[in-house]
Design a protein around this ligand. Sequence first.
Ligand code: AMP
Length: 112
Amino acid sequence: MTLFEKIAARQIPADIVYEDDQVFAFRDINPQAPVHVLLVPKRLIPRLGGATDADQALLGHLLLKAPEVARRAGIADTGYRLVINNGRDGGETVPHLHCHILGGRPLAWPPG
Ligand code: AMP
């Protein structure tokens, strides 16, 4: 099981802020902004680079749920950024596709 599958199974504690039958979201343990939530598909897709057409509906659902998670986290009106890290240079550390939702302060561009 991946770390995030263990969080979904409640084997590892986390502050879960949203969950449905396909995705779940929880606060990042090492937040990079005042609000930093990870939105994760329950079915394991290791990374975006390995996704296929079979993942289309799940990835669409994931993206469409991001505004709902942002709203629950209180940053829908002030704005937020979605980040998916892919591979070594992208900064991927957990091989279970996830979308970072960051907000609560102005975010610099370009990212580091
Ligand atoms: P990435 O580097 O894009 O793969 O993102 C992995 C994220 O998972 C990092 O931002 C970590 O801080 C976060 N993370 C790692 N372990 C935990 C955990 N137990 N609970 C919450 N977030 C975690």
